[in-house]
Design a protein around this ligand. Structure first.
Ligand code: HEC
Length: 120
């Protein structure tokens, strides 16, 4: 029995040191992007983070009806620093995007995922 257990243990320990987390940073980022504590980023910024029109509506300007849109911007080419600033700031100033309470590690993972998505 001992002879079986030892090689198993060795393989298991090797696997542990190779990648100590069960999911990769990319997968973790994807999970958070789709489901951060709160409404998913994916709902507004779209599946690939390329931005989307969230809503369009008619408004009156000089007695004419015009179409206005609310757009969630492309977030695939934003630096990590700007990304952190946007997500750490209390968003009472924004009328659309909610305030999140994410740790730096979580923000980094989302940033990593959304910036590398096209290369996969
Ligand atoms: C309800 C829709 C909505 C959700 C959900 C949302 N956003 Fe946004 N986001 C916006 C809008 C709209 C803007 C444009 C600026 C503003 O109004 O605040 C924006 C701006 C940004 C920006 C700045 C882009 C720039 O060009 O400066 C980043 C980065 C960002 N969002 C990341 C995220 C991440 C990451 C999540 C999820 C944790 C998320 N957003 C969830 C609507 C949303």
């Amino acid at each position: 029995m001992k002879f079986l257990v030892i090689p198993f243990l060795a393989v298991y320990m090797f696997a542990l040191t190779e990648d100590s987390s069960f999911i990769t940073k990319y997968e973790y980022g994807q999970m958070l992007y789709e489901n951060p504590r709160g409404i998913g980023c994916i709902k507004c910024h779209g599946k690939n983070g390329r931005g989307e029109i969230i809503a369009s509506y008619k408004d009156r300007k000089d007695d004419k009806l015009i179409t206005k849109t609310i757009i969630a911007p492309d977030i695939t080419k934003i630096s990590l620093n700007d990304f952190k600033n946007v997500l750490n700031v209390k968003r009472s100033e924004s009328l659309v995007m909610p305030t999140y309470f994410l740790t730096d590690e979580e923000i980094e993972s989302i940033h990593y995922y959304i910036s590398n998505k096209d290369n996969k």
